[in-house]
Design a protein around this ligand. Sequence first.
Ligand SMILES: *Cc1c(COP(=O)(O)O)cnc(C)c1O
Length: 397
Amino acid sequence: MKSRLAIAGGRPVREQMLPYGRQTIDDEDIAAITATLRADYLTGGPWVGQFEAAIAATVGAQEAVAVNSGTAALHAAMAALQIGPGDEVIVPALTFVATANCVLYQGGSPVFADIEPDTLLISPASIEAKLSARTRAIIAVDYAGQPCDYAALHKIARRYGIALVADACHALGAEYQGTSVGSLADINVFSFHPVKAITTGEGGAAVTNDTELAKRMRAFRNHGMSTDFRQREMAGRWGYDIETLGYNYRISDLQCALGVSQLRHLPAWLARRRDIAATFDKAFGQYPIVSPLKRCDGRTHAYHLYVVTLALERLTVGRDQFLQALRAEGIGANVHYRPVHLQPLYQQRIGTCAGICPGAEVAYSRIMSLPIFPTMNQQDVNDVIQAVEKVSEYYAV
Ligand SMILES: *Cc1c(COP(=O)(O)O)cnc(C)c1O
């Protein structure tokens, strides 16, 4: 029997909207920030280095450069690789706009590669088809938290002598064949926005084993200065050289103290995300209308997002209407993402148009992200499943 949808005046599955993601903050996090407020340095102090060391240790890489957003980390990566006018960087079409914007910041040209239809990860075959004599780098995105096909990506990068950057903003804590995301590409970028695996409010990091790239990114976040304020103070010097153009992309000690405190929880939070995903998989695994994405062997998933595809041929409505109905039931479903090449900025600036990445365009018409975050309780998880089933049954052909 079909029950009346909340969008048509029926009773919603839940009264309070469940967001698709949210942060977890405990008393220790709050104590870490308040203690830092009483310390000598609010920014440029010891917490920055401690947070960087903790991130590097977590992912098994040599250096982490912490900055004030994941976007700034992507920009720093492009600058360190000396991307500039005339250079092309291949990015997946289905990603957050920052993955492509960072190329534009440097005056380079993003070139959009298509995605695999079952995982929504960047397609190595499409990358090969989009390579040119001007290609300088690939930015791969571990979409939803599942690592890309790094073996295939490395093979391409090595064969053509170009850099591999991982936009790993979804994938802190994931692994590819036993190696942590964060030590798989030449530069690996994380975000600490509140919906991500851990948060610093706003924040990000670029992680690398290359000391020269790390040095350039450290200067880039601080106006291009080769030393920071505290280093000069300790050396009793006041002068500095500006040899390259940088920005103020510094992250504060308040944020880094929070980041160190948050990292304690990463293993437990990942485990909880995986538990929730397993419950969804069980509920939707055999379901004809809503299907989870494919998971690949040898990769562990960080489940930043739990993305499903809708079997539109079995529904009387499109994705947008389905999503609105779910929201009316109190489930804050979302879409990640509108393909970047369809954004007006890209159509106007670099002349992209519909049809250049058909896989991403088809996926976009069918995908939806369901709520997943560590503090969701069993009732929240059940509400999501119940609402998806309610809306699916109502709109089933
Ligand atoms: C969150 C995110 C970013 C940017 O991170 P901010 O910290 O919000 O600047 C970049 N790429 C992807 C894929 C993301 O999900």
